[in-house]
Ligand binder design. Sequence first.
Ligand code: GAL
Length: 681
Amino acid sequence: MSLKRTRQGILFGGDYNPDQWSPEVWQEDVRLFKEAGINSVTLGVFAWSRLEPEPGRYDFSWMDELMGLLHDNGISVILATPTAAPPAWLCRLYPDVLPVDARGARYGYGSRRHYCPNSPNYRRHAREITTRLAERYGRHPAVSYWHVDNEYGGPACYCDRCVEAFRTWLRQRYGTLERLNEAWYAAFWSQRYQKWEEIDAPRLTPAYHNPGQTLDWRRFMSDSFLQCYLEQRQILRELSPDVPVTTNFMAWFNGLDYHAWAPHLDIVSWDSYPPTGADPAETAARHDLMRGLKGGRMPFLLMEQSPSQVNWMEYNRPQRPGEMRLRSWQAVAHGADAVCFFQLRQSQGGAEKFHAAVIGHDGSSRSRVFREVAQVGTELGRMGGLVAGSEYRAEVAILFSWPNWWTIEQEPRISQGLHYIREVMRYYRALWRHHFEVDVVSPEAELFRYRMVVAPLMRIVTPSLQKRLEEYVRAGGALLATFHSGLTDENDRVHLGGYPGLLRGLCGVWVEEFDVLPPGQLTTVSVREPYAMLAGEYKAELWCDVIHPEGARVLATFGADYYAGMPALTEHLVGKGRVIYVGTALEPKGVYDLVGWLASVQGVRPVLGAPEGVEVVRRWHPAGPDGQQPSQAEPVLFLLNHNPSPASVLLERDYVDLLTGEPCRGELALPSREVRVLRPI
Ligand code: GAL
């Protein structure tokens, strides 16, 4: 459904809050939108008190007018349900709408996201406003997508109702208290429960929480917000069956398990806010994570990004000239079929008045930011139709899991230096620098289509994951596993019988114990025999596994401490495939060489030889329906120069630059922050 829509072109626009402005301003906005090439606006995200000023009294007149105005001007609408900002009357009428924090204090209203996901009063009113909106606009020709709520996920609520709902959730999961006590290892610190009523939320406690309980609590909170979403989705499905439904995610956001959510979204959308000058690999990884929620190939929507500075960082610097354009194209290159901003018109008051907007406080099209937006609008309008709906095809996967993140960073940690995302990025960045295309996917994802799977810190391994990884490797895949893997089950109980637990046989190593290195303390890792790309000595930090090979061969050894000379890196051949085990956190060059070597063994090639900091990725058009020939067998190639200096790339064949219409061959110059979108000819 969504692909059909997005093939019409790339959506370009963003959050628009006309309820803050008079109708004369709306006319001017539409004129400016058209000047900027804006073809989509996201409407109503926080408009609840305007749409329903009093309980049961609705005012859609302003929205009716706007929907007509936008539609008449060829601008489509991503219509939001306004449920992320409950109005004051609702919070006063039903105080249980407001969430409670871990100390038992109730939050106030007058901001946003102030609702308890398990409040029946909140849920009923959210359903009601959603129904009204869907009845009124569900078949309106301007509506392209439903945008449910806004950035679901917080704050977690610890009210009595949530605790009751938690108990019900646990009963469904475990059936009996005996099973729950076992899953939570409740024999520890006298935590055995005799009655369901005894179970509480992991509130403020004097010492550490039970890790099993916390893990389940996080799953439960994620599910509670999911229920809010599903209720609205159900209504939208019924009353507006042709309009795809989404909600905007936040990439590496810790509060929800997006893998559990993704099947319920027709298309993934997300909000990207890299700081000015951010490492482009960080942004690329987030796109690949968000695209990976639906398996990796299908496009997503960039629902929000800032046209320049934000207002919530410590130092809110404007994006440099060309930076926003480069990031917009980076999103498209990684699979975005929409490039949207927060916000289209800068508010005069309120908490976000100094957050950049397409139309700034000057109200004109003369600003640097507006002109850059208009440039992107023109470019997307010119060639977005050639890209929208096309796929991303990666040969390398990184496995990422939210429960894994929750357990790794649950206190007490083995090392305060252990950060899951940082370790994932250690590998992602190396792959990115090689110009390999990567999907960041769930451990549950289909693995056979990848030539290489990197699984940093895969602490939670279930028997089914163990089996799937083994099948993958036996069939010829390459698995790169690291320290802190295979240790625990889905309740964070250790797999007995030696580390890395369920991965011991597959990795062909026994990790007897592990050492952690305080910040600044390094060790060395020496490669035994030189391999194609692995040679000499590397530095390493953070962690050292004390490894005994059990069938694996030793690639490199530690150079220091009581485990000097013992393995740091091993390779285990299993069936037609191989498992690399990395018992430490290698310096960037080490990871770069290691993944480069493994990729070459597995036949993974970079998209193109390109200098450091030049990103090269492709999008492919899928085969047409009924086995017709692919509409475009050759991929579109994106070259993005993230460097502050010019670069050049040697093209191996002839292309046409879709942005300029000019043919390109041989050496192609790329000024700093320049973008080329090439199609082979
Ligand atoms: C997003 C949010 C927007 C706006 C923006 C500011 O997280 O969805 O409503 O607040 O941040 O950067």
